[in-house]
Design a protein around this ligand. Structure first.
Ligand code: PEP
Length: 251
């Protein structure tokens, strides 16, 4: 099977007020319209401006996603956003299980899977984040951790049109450190093969993004690694130029 079309996704995290967020998204969309990109492009702004960014991106080549959703469709959950609410903004993707949420909000694999299922039910494509900590890598447990997280956090039976996986080594997020190309290749090959074990051949076209200190300087090398189907980008997605250099680096 041919490799799926890569996805370059920007995770803005807790950055962006209305004016600068809309300006950043517009600038990404303008560049994406001019450059003949070999990838899909997605921006995931904070919830407060999701609606405005989704409106600003309507009719452009740039898709919009949320950064989290609750597992329940509605109810007494102060401060949370349900998947139907995220979908209602015009977003079509949602990140679930980012390591910052797993750490800051104690999200378990079971919670992440419930969020991914809620996203599917609302018509969103979940981007399920998995990845090992420094201690797990140093302890030689990386592949076991990835298997455990896939089994625990990814709803089974989904195809590439229904789910995206982001492999994000926790120790590489926001640190400027990245795994070697060989380590990335090993992790991605393992994830692709575990997804087939988990979901059958339907999962053969699921995109597995790499995330963790991906930037304009290392994008070409990392995005060319077999089994890497794009990237989830934090810091470098806040500058349209850098983000577009990364998107233009897709093979
Ligand atoms: C992320 O938070 O998903 C991420 C990959 O961050 P950064 O690119 O800043 O390491």
């Amino acid at each position: 099977m041919a490799a799926p079309r890569p996805l370059i996704a920007g995770n803005w995290k807790m950055n962006g007020l209305a004016a600068d967020g809309v300006a950043l998204a517009r600038s990404v969309a303008e560049r994406a319209a001019k450059d003949a990109l070999r990838c899909d492009v997605l921006v995931c702004p904070p919830a407060t401006i999701l609606n405005r960014i989704a409106e600003a991106m309507r009719g452009t080549k740039v898709a919009v996603g949320g950064q989290d959703c609750h597992a329940k469709a509605s109810g007494a959950h102060t401060g949370d956003l349900s998947a139907p609410m995220v979908r209602d903004t015009g977003a079509t993707f949602v990140i679930v299980g980012h390591s910052e949420r797993r750490t800051d909000h104690g999200e378990t694999d079971a919670m992440v899977r419930a969020k991914a299922e809620a996203a599917r039910a609302a018509g969103l494509t979940p981007i399920v984040c998995i990845g090992e900590t420094t201690a797990q890598r140093d302890g030689g447990e990386t592949l076991q951790v990835l298997t455990r997280q896939i089994k625990g956090s990814v709803p089974p039976g989904l195809s590439g049109a229904e789910v995206v996986i982001a492999y994000e080594p926790v120790w590489a997020i926001g640190t400027g450190r990245t795994p070697t190309v060989a380590e990335i290749q090993e992790a991605h090959a393992h994830i692709h093969s575990e997804l087939i074990g988990h979901s059958g051949e339907r999962a053969a076209d699921v995109r597995v993004l790499y995330g963790g200190s991906l930037n304009a300087g290392n994008a070409k090398a990392i995005l060319a690694v077999p089994g890497v189907n794009g990237g989830l980008i934090g810091g470098a997605s806040l500058k349209a130029d850098d983000f577009l250099v990364i998107a233009s680096s897709c093979p």
